[in-house]
Design a protein around this ligand. Sequence first.
Ligand SMILES: Nc1ncnc2c1ncn2[C@@H]1O[C@H](COP(=O)(O)OP(=O)(O)O)[C@@H](O)[C@H]1O
Ligand SMILES: O=C(O)C1=C[C@@H](OP(=O)(O)O)[C@@H](O)[C@H](O)C1
Ligand SMILES: [Mg+2]
Length: 178
Amino acid sequence: MQGQIALVGMMGVGKTAVGQEIARQLGVVFTDIDTEIERAAAMSIPEIFARDGEAFFRNRESVVLQRILEGPRGVVSTGGGAWIQSQNRTLIRASGIAIWLDADIETLWARVRQRPTRPLLLTANPKETLQTLIASRRPVYSSADICVTTDSHSDIETTARRVIAAIRRDRPEMLEGK
Ligand SMILES: Nc1ncnc2c1ncn2[C@@H]1O[C@H](COP(=O)(O)OP(=O)(O)O)[C@@H](O)[C@H]1O
Ligand SMILES: O=C(O)C1=C[C@@H](OP(=O)(O)O)[C@@H](O)[C@H](O)C1
Ligand SMILES: [Mg+2]
């Protein structure tokens, strides 16, 4: 593999689950940035937001992202806000390619509503908050290298295969040696 494959996109779209499956199918290392932040801080994401605030979390996110991108080549799943920061986009572009996983609001909402692990959605109307976040972030996600759309009918394994097929089609040099 010629660089890092980074997954970006809204919370609940499946970056963590699909990223892990892409890495399994390609036989490369998988890293989830949120998991690495939690490990380094010995705290959960909701605990970090509650104790230190979002700005602190964003700082940790950039530091951990840089460290992971400098490591062995593989698949890196980011948190939904990572690609929104321009310095993170620069880091990801310099190390490989960004895949935007996209889905409609109903698909995202069905997946995120089940678990209270996303502090940005602890609002009076979390679905509306999700919708507002999508509207502000979609133009930024669209600057990723490749977009793959998922929906409630595509399972994790199928979505992973479609991502790999899209990379093979658009950026075949990325998968050389694979
Ligand atoms: N087709 C699918 N693709 C991706 N995730 C799915 C799919 N169907 C259900 N899920 C579930 O949706 C939830 C959110 O996925 P996750 O990987 O945590 O998203 P993200 O990391 O983008 O926030 C998980 O429980 C995952 O197993
Ligand atoms: O969209 C965001 O700003 C966030 C998404 C989360 O990751 P997932 O996209 O993996 O849920 C996590 O990094 C944090 O709760 C903030
Ligand atoms: Mg995730």
